[in-house]
Ligand binder design. Structure first.
Ligand code: SF4
Ligand code: SF4
Length: 338
């Protein structure tokens, strides 16, 4: 069985930025927020899972609730969970502030911080903030993750990020102090509105075909599950649109206020479609569905595995064909057992 590695609490959908590509439509006006007592009760429930190692915080921007985040990180550490944070780093105005802040968080259990560096975020946050965080985290032994959301026309790409930030990123990657992922943004949430208007066009997206996508396992599903401000539980954070009806609703597991965590996690960890995505990647399902129904109309190229999941969730004919594939597999498995 695939084991749980981390749970991310999306503390709110409020963000001090309104990035053009934001899949969750976060902005300063959003009001939805996880209450402190709810977050603590979620932590109590998830720690029943003995495999869980990390409790992370995301949103929205979790530093907008800095004191609560610190209290929750300390609460989780008392239950043997190390901490993770996803932040836009607006707070890292100079190296000293970045270092002091991360040092304090490290004492509360912080082991990884994930941030973004790309044209979309750069409209709001200076590149130097990102550089301060990478440098300070590296000094303190906190791992950094850098997401670069780019199109073919973007000014900031993985290839020139080192020179813009003034850091030797390759060296940090080799020393396993940093990981970097570059991809185009998913066309969900606010990205759907921005596409083809002023921000970016579909022909500029970086996409992949069957050769790259087939047998490309998703490392996150089930292992890195998440809980939204309303208590919705998803088996990954790639769901976008922040709703159980969003494009990757196939990873929706239920609500923490209505069911207990062991029940919800058992549901997703035994889910055949999620297991296939975890072991072989979502494109295998598309291929098997197309082998069954050769008239199925699907896209030739996708931005990422997550877009493939989105298509399985939203393309009704494909969704039904994937259902048929799964039924056949379940039947063959049953016949094999008998
Ligand atoms: S992409 Fe991140 S930083 Fe930008 S609005 Fe969304 S949550 Fe905020
Ligand atoms: S590939 Fe699918 S399951 Fe994996 S993170 Fe993306 S949306 Fe989630």
């Amino acid at each position: 069985m695939i084991k749980l590695d981390s749970i991310t609490l999306f503390l709110s959908w409020k963000c001090n930025f309104s990035c053009a590509h934001c899949g969750f439509q976060c902005n300063p006006e959003r009001k939805e927020k996880m209450h402190l007592h709810e977050a603590k009760s979620y932590i109590n429930s998830v720690t029943e899972n003995q495999d869980l190692k990390m409790l992370a915080f995301s949103g929205g921007e979790p530093f907008l609730y800095y004191n609560e985040m610190k209290e929750l990180m300390s609460y989780a550490l008392q239950r043997n969970l190390v901490g993770g944070i996803v932040s836009n780093c607006f707070w890292a105005v100079d190296y000293y502030t970045a270092y002091e802040t991360l040092q304090e968080l490290k004492s509360l259990g912080l082991r990884e911080i994930i941030t973004s560096f790309d044209d979309f975020h750069a409209a709001y946050v200076p590149a130097q903030n990102i550089a301060h965080v990478i440098k300070a985290a590296s000094q303190l032994g906190i791992k950094t993750g850098l997401n670069i959301l780019a199109t073919k026309k973007s000014r900031i790409r993985q290839s020139n990020a080192s020179s813009i930030l003034g850091l030797d990123l390759e060296n940090l990657v080799c020393a396993q102090k940093l990981w970097i992922r570059e991809s185009s943004p998913l066309i969900v949430g606010r990205a759907r509105e921005s596409l083809n208007i002023e921000t970016f066009s579909s022909k500029d997206l970086i996409t992949y075909g069957e050769k790259e996508l087939l047998y490309n396992p998703c490392p996150y599903v089930i292992r890195n599950s998440i809980i939204t401000p309303k208590g919705d539980f998803y088996a990954c954070c790639g769901f976008g649109d922040a709703t159980s009806l969003g494009p990757s609703s196939i990873t929706y597991g239920g609500n923490m206020k209505k069911s207990n965590f062991p029940e919800l996690f058992t549901g997703v960890s035994h889910n055949l479609i999620l297991n296939i995505i975890c072991l072989y990647g979502p494109y295998l399902l598309v291929k098997l569905a197309r082998d069954l129904h050769q008239d199925l109309v699907i896209k030739e190229r996708y931005i990422s595995n997550c877009e493939v999941c989105g298509e399985i969730a939203t393309n009704k004919k494909l969704h039904n064909a994937v259902g048929e594939v799964l039924n056949k597999m379940a039947l063959q498995n049953k016949e094999g057992i008998n």
